[in-house]
Design a protein around this ligand. Structure first.
Ligand SMILES: Nc1nc2c(ncn2[C@@H]2O[C@H](COP(=O)(O)OP(=O)(O)OP(=O)(O)O)[C@@H](O)[C@H]2O)c(=O)[nH]1
Length: 416
């Protein structure tokens, strides 16, 4: 509908559609102010639109809330247009109003739907995101649900403004894997899946990401995905792995872990053409200690012995209980000569133990058999050689080191 009004908003003329859409008889409205259609006739948007056009002599357009003659509110899209006038002629405005109630209702419905969806997404146990990589390789988050605050103590808005604010928190050791896996997914368009750590003020959080990529015509790759907090699950997994690889009595590695980790150490050294010194250790006369002082005293001796040995070694040397009172050591990044010296010091440290059993001080000694795993050799074979050397150490009087054939003896090292 359209009306012509003067500078005070008084209706001078109205088209036939006016009657149909406003419900007011056309003739009755001529001479009345247009503001009477507004739900707020004194201070509503129609008053403001009129004031705008009169003051600036430019058009105005925007949404208005009006009331029909029967009292029904109607949302209108209004355009107020000053008409051309001759100099001296009074100002007149052409006002067109279009009923947008249906559009408004559907927008309101969409808005409610969107709010419902937002509420649902922020309630999910994770972060829903849309990540975008431009053809130049720049990353930007186009969407992040609210869960990010709980996951990374960062607001979605901050990370949408700068993806770097989140990427900078990825644990240094995991950044390479993140970049590589994302690049692979961008090239192959296979799903992007990764587990990585985030450094947060609450400590390390483990995150699992799963996202589906697609490529736009402009070469941009977009991933729709979800980030899940798997910290609890990871801690549980690490605890289980520790339990599976740990000897319950002494807390050192068990036989199975020794072979698993030992194989990795061997393979690493072999790639660099280096051999790895290895030792088998067995407490002397342990049966006598058990039989004389009881099994509990034996257990205590094993615990003190294990702690003493562990303290003599570097953190990354492998030390494991591989049988009852049998232990094994793999010395990482150590020459056979240096290994002999380390193990001799260890033997002395064990000899210095004073075990307090019900007020009686008991001493312990250990015999050691040494061998090396050559670059082409196997862990099992070297262990059997160390075992034979250990047998020799026992045979030669215990509380001593003996080495497998070919192992540099101390005399050879010192040249004496
Ligand atoms: N208390 C305790 N004893 C253990 C454990 N595992 C094995 N043993 C005992 O360790 C003893 C090993 O004895 P032997 O193999 O005869 O060796 P030994 O008495 O140390 O003699 P040598 O090795 O020749 O010096 C046995 O009595 C086993 O029962 C354990 O977990 N706790």
């Amino acid at each position: 509908m359209a009306v012509i009004v003067d500078a005070h908003g008084v209706i001078l003329n109205a088209n036939p559609g006016f009657e149909r859409y406003s419900g007011h008889p056309r003739r009755a409205m001529v001479g009345r102010r247009l503001t009477c259609l507004d739900v707020d006739p004194l201070h509503g948007d129609i008053s403001r639109a009129l004031a705008h056009c009169v003051a600036r002599r430019t058009s105005w357009q925007g949404a208005l809330l009006c009331r029909r003659a029967d009292g029904q509110p109607v949302h209108q899209q209004g355009v107020f247009q000053p008409l051309e006038t001759w100099p001296g002629e009074p100002l007149r405005l052409l006002v067109t109003l279009q009923d947008i109630t249906d559009l408004h209702q559907s927008a309101q419905h969409d808005h409610a739907e969107l709010e419902r969806l937002e509420g649902m997404l922020s309630g999910l146990p994770g972060v829903v995101f849309q990540l975008c990589e431009t053809a130049r390789g720049d990353l930007a988050f186009h969407y992040l649900s609210d869960g990010l605050q709980a996951l990374a103590a960062l607001s979605s808005r901050t990370v949408m403004e700068s993806a770097e604010s989140l990427l900078a928190r990825v644990h240094a050791e995991d950044r390479g894997a993140l970049t590589t896996s994302l690049a692979q997914s961008a090239v192959s368009l296979d799903p992007w899946t990764l587990e990585f750590r985030l450094d947060t003020s609450d400590g390390i959080r483990w995150v699992e990401v799963r996202a589906t990529p697609r490529r736009g015509p402009d070469g941009v790759t977009e991933w729709d995905g979800v980030m899940l907090d798997i910290t609890t699950h990871k801690r549980e997994e690490q605890r289980t792995r520790r339990l599976v690889s740990t000897d319950m009595l002494t807390g050192v590695l068990n036989r199975r872990a020794f072979f698993d980790f030992g194989e990795a150490v061997r393979a690493h050294a072999a790639r660099q053409g280096r051999s790895v010194p290895l030792a088998m250790l067995d407490l002397d006369h342990f049966k006598t200690l058990n039989d004389t002082h009881g099994h509990a005293a034996g257990d205590l001796a094993l615990q003190v012995f294990a702690t003493t040995c562990r303290d003599c070694l570097r953190p990354y040397d492998l030390f494991a209980r591989i049988g009852g009172e049998e232990f094994a050591i793999l010395l990482v990044d150590t020459s056979p000569e240096a290994a002999w010296a380390v193990l001799e010091r260890l033997r002395e440290a064990v000899e210095a133990i004073e075990l307090d059993v019900k007020g009686e001080l008991l001493s312990l000694t250990v015999s050691l058999g040494l061998a090396v795993i050559p670059p082409q050799g196997s862990l099992e074979f070297a262990l059997s050689q160390a075992d034979r050397a250990l047998y020799r150490a026992k045979h030669e009087g215990r509380n001593r080191l003996a080495s497998a054939p070919g192992y540099p003896e101390p005399q050879e090292r010192t040249g004496t």
